[in-house]
Design a protein around this ligand. Sequence first.
Ligand code: TXA
Ligand code: MG
Length: 348
Amino acid sequence: MKTIYADMTHGIDKEMMKKAGHILLDGGLVAFPTETVYGLGGNALDAEASKKIYTAKGRPSDNPLIVHIADFDALKDIVKEVPQAAKDLADAFWPGPMTMILNKNDRVPMSTTGGLSTVAVRFPDNEIADAMILAGGGYIAAPSANTSGRPSPTTAQHVQDDLDGKIDMIIDGGPVGIGVESTIIDLTEDIPMILRPGYINMDMLRDVLGEVRMDPGLHSADPNFHPKAPGMKYRHYAPKAPLTIVEGPAEKVVAKIGELAAEREAAGEKVGVIATDETASRYSHGIIKSIGSRAEEITISMHLYGILRDFDDMNVSVIYSEAFDTPKLGQAIMNRLIKAAGHQVINV
Ligand code: TXA
Ligand code: MG
């Protein structure tokens, strides 16, 4: 299949957008930018289109997709009911990086929800995404547009690297602004539960909903204790080389990573080091990359997946990373990083 490349980095190309709409209405697949990561879109109400998404990504079919809408009123037509909590959350955070889990109705095929009776819904804050969703019929199922198991794509180039020739179109909207996937909040539980941390954090959700809890299965290293979102159980976001996180006071972290990198380099290995603007100049062994600045935490989330992909491309054999427990985005960033590391964390 020849993948059409649509450059919309300088604004929406109306002809191409029309074409994207036709592809989606015909059951095809279009990758598109959102404010979090690039998505791989297909018609969410078309069971066959959803199946194509699983095939293109190589994704297990029990891992449900998020349905993207571009108009709040579209929500009521795919769920059993819209609870007050959903209205309040939408008022506060939509369009934006938050996905709600609600009970689905019969319009949403089981192949979109991986056989579940609930559906994940999100209204993204990106004008290209919203125009495409409307052009494609209003309900677009979209996982992150990466090959299953690779880091999520934060540029159109990442999407091309993974999916060129496997999908109908890629819309380039430039690099994304947030870089980690949306917060998922489950409203079908008695107490609303965060299934995946993201930019919209616990404090922000509590301001709107009152009591909110974190899925206890989320940070468990015990393989028998599953998170509720099926996707969170996979060893996702994984770079090819083993990744180890070093956590603790800055001075000690820099010293420990410096020591480990020197040892591995002496043993003839190609070492990757994930540092920050504040610490990068203090390392002298391995390939040192700054992920961003601790003073501006969004720069860290924005570059996280890109850096893991860069180290893949450079074929490093081992990666060491600082920990990034920053105030607002820290939970989301560390959730992804810990999974990428397969829970290998050294405390100093
Ligand atoms: O920011 C995002 O949410 C991006 C962009 C493209 O919008 N999308 C995204 O999709 O991250 P994906 O497929 O990579 O992640 C969807 C997550 C998976 O962990 C899946 O298991 C969970 O949402 N999920 C979807 N439907 C669910 C449901 N009904 N119940 C529980 N978890 C659900
Ligand atoms: Mg994903």
